[in-house]
Design a protein around this ligand. Structure first.
Ligand SMILES: Nc1ncnc2c1ncn2[C@@H]1O[C@H](COP(=O)(O)OP(=O)(O)O)[C@@H](O)[C@H]1O
Ligand SMILES: CC(=O)N[C@@H](CCC(=O)OP(=O)(O)O)C(=O)O
Length: 259
């Protein structure tokens, strides 16, 4: 069922290496768009970046789930995210009959961007700015597919974590955010899905080391949006056909991160 708010779907990079997963996701998105639901797809591509850096003889260091981004790695990272990853997804969207518009955080004055922390190099932090461009694309029934490459007012290309990119865009359009990864949601120490998490439960699981790396970044991004919007953010899986079906019907899936 179509909701009035824009559905902001963020997909992790592992999706790009799974033809079947992309086909299923795009079919679900096409169904929603046909029913009048506006859908904005935000994507990562961490594994593709890893591959490209290795192929170019570069080493990767991650701090707390974020990739340290030295200047000499920027052309490779921008190529992998704003280039290859973005176009792979546009190709999959076209196959499902979706008219998509490939873009990056740097387009259309959507966000403001600055260096997050000097220790991370050219890693960006973004804030929502102007929704005119995005709303125009959505109002045409087209699906924006946005990569997490931003551009600062000083003209630097910045690498933004894609969960944080999705956070800024969800705020920009006041949308409903669903973070789709390669796991069915946040898992407990025994690998079981946790249905719901609030701030103090997240803090406890992070302190215990149960939620770590990319999932820590994801859950913290989800919590920030949930609190900002006063409604839950879902963390679920693009791999799970049943979860996608439930999403198409407007239902809740995976782990609900509570405000
Ligand atoms: N408690 C947890 N529950 C689920 N996944 C976790 C947890 N802690 C760490 N992870 C890791 O986080 C990964 C998801 O984060 P990330 O790799 O950044 O995903 P994506 O690329 O989809 O954004 C999982 O594949 C898993 O390896
Ligand atoms: C700063 C930072 O860590 N940027 C990420 C951007 C891509 C991303 O977030 O991809 P996933 O969603 O697949 O993890 C990176 O370079 O891997």
């Amino acid at each position: 069922m179509a909701t009035k708010t824009v559905l902001v779907l963020k997909v992790g990079g592992a999706l790009l290496q799974c033809e079947m997963g992309m086909a299923r996701l795009m079919t679900a998105a096409a169904e929603m768009i046909a029913a009048g639901q506006q859908v904005l797809l935000v994507h990562g591509g961490g594994c593709l970046v890893d591959e490209q850096l290795t192929a170019n003889g570069k080493e990767t260091i991650k701090l707390d789930g974020l990739r340290v981004t030295p200047e000499d790695q920027i052309p490779i990272i921008v190529g992998a995210l704003a280039g290859t990853s973005n176009k792979i997804l546009q190709a999959a969207a076209a196959k499902a009959g979706i008219v998509s518009v490939g873009m990056s955080l740097g387009d259309g004055n959507m966000v403001s961007a600055k260096i997050k922390d000097e220790r991370l190099g050219l890693v960006g932090e973004v804030e929502p700015k102007d929704a005119t461009y995005l709303n125009f694309i959505l109002s045409q029934g087209w699906m924006p597919i946005c990569s997490s490459i931003a551009i600062s007012s000083q003209g630097q290309m910045l690498n933004v974590n894609a969960d944080q990119a999705a956070t800024a865009l969800a705020k920009l359009v006041n949308g409903t955010l669903v973070l789709l990864s390669d796991v069915s949601g946040v898992l407990d120490g025994k690998g079981q899905l946790i249905n719901s998490l609030n701030k103090s439960e997240i803090e406890y699981l992070v302190a215990q080391g149960v939620i770590e790396k990319g999932m820590k970044v994801k859950v913290e991004a989800a919590l920030e949006v949930a609190q900002w919007m006063g409604k839950p953010v879902q963390v679920a899986s693009w791999r799970d056909a049943e979860q996608l079906k439930t999403l198409v019907k407007g239902g809740s899936v995976g782990t609900q991160i509570q405000p």
